[in-house]
Design a protein around this ligand. Structure first.
Ligand code: SF4
Ligand code: MG
Length: 292
């Protein structure tokens, strides 16, 4: 989303906490990500009354309840589609999608490429724990073959997908990654996503100690390597090279890619301006896109 249209406020991270008690298991990585979101919202100065957090289904999809904002808890995998509609009709709001790997890339997999290629002006934070936690441990699109769960007692028969490569390939204009054990870095990357005009995708590895016994916090500490200081974030080829590390035993941490490209709402505005005044196509009466 663009926070250019959102009132700047001076609030502490704790002011973004809602009254709803957080109900995740002890040791869940999602706590670190939630704290990073509070911090990012505080640092970006987002007015809670101009913030919508949208989610699908899953442990991480509960996070909107814990944030002082408007919220929509939608259908499994459909948060991105709902957020697209919300962004087009309310360009005066900051819009975040918060959800997990199964929700985003399996049930919602059909929506993900379109968020990226359309450059929908939202910030998508994906809590990637390589498992379905809420339904008590089924392997997900990002599970490693070593991960044994109820549905894969001997390990998995599939290779995990690579969310970074996916997002870069489909045209996301802001792509970053970190893990829950580094909430400061997570906050910095989420804030960057909030301030980016276009589709921002932040993949955050998160340990699920209750059901995923291989992707521990120590595993992520060994796995992650900071993006080199001299990495050019506008170089798609260099970003793809870094993203491929995730399929080769290492994973980049930091901002991989950031470019400017017209967003879906900007391009629709151009169309509306072109048909403006046509007696049969008064689109502004259907959808008010004249907001800043
Ligand atoms: Fe976190 Fe896993 Fe518990 Fe869900 S099941 S709250 S992901 S530890
Ligand atoms: Mg998951």
């Amino acid at each position: 989303m663009s926070i250019m249209a959102v009132n700047k406020v001076d609030l502490k991270p704790k002011d973004y906490k809602s009254e709803v008690p957080v109900v995740w298991c002890p040791g869940c990585g999602h706590y670190g990500i939630l704290n990073a979101i509070y911090r990012a919202l505080s640092e970006a100065g987002v007015d809670p009354s101009q913030l919508i957090c949208i989610s699908g289904i899953g442990c991480s999809s509960r996070s909107p309840y814990f944030i002082n904002s408007y919220k929509m808890h939608t259908l499994h995998g459909r948060a991105g589609a709902v957020a697209t509609g919300a962004q087009l009709v309310r360009r005066d709001l900051a819009i975040m999608v918060l959800g997990g790997d199964g929700d985003g890339f399996s049930i919602g997999g059909g929506h993900m490429p379109h968020l990226a290629r359309k450059n929908v002006d939202i910030t998508y934070v994906l809590f990637d724990n390589g498992i379905y936690g809420l339904t008590k441990g089924q392997y997900s699109p990002t599970s490693r073959p070593e991960m044994k769960a109820y549905t894969t007692p001997y390990g998995g028969p599939e290779e995990p997908m690579n969310p970074l490569l996916y997002m870069l390939t489909y045209g996301a204009t802001y792509v970053a990654q970190a893990f829950a054990g580094k909430p400061g870095i997570c906050a910095e990357l989420i804030r960057g996503g909030l301030e980016h005009r276009g589709f921002s995708y932040i993949n955050i590895y998160s340990q699920c100690p209750s059901f995923n016994k291989v992707d521990t916090i120590d595993h992520y500490r060994d796995l992650m390597e900071s993006v080199p200081r001299d990495h050019d974030v506008t170089d798609l080829g260099a970003a793809i090279t870094l993203a491929r590390q995730s399929s080769e035993g290492k994973a980049p941490m930091g901002l991989l890619y950031k470019v400017e490209r017209p967003t879906l709402d900007q391009r629709m505005q151009v169309m509306i301006d072109q048909v403006g005044g046509h007696p049969d196509y008064d689109l502004n009466q259907i959808v008010d896109l004249n907001r800043p």
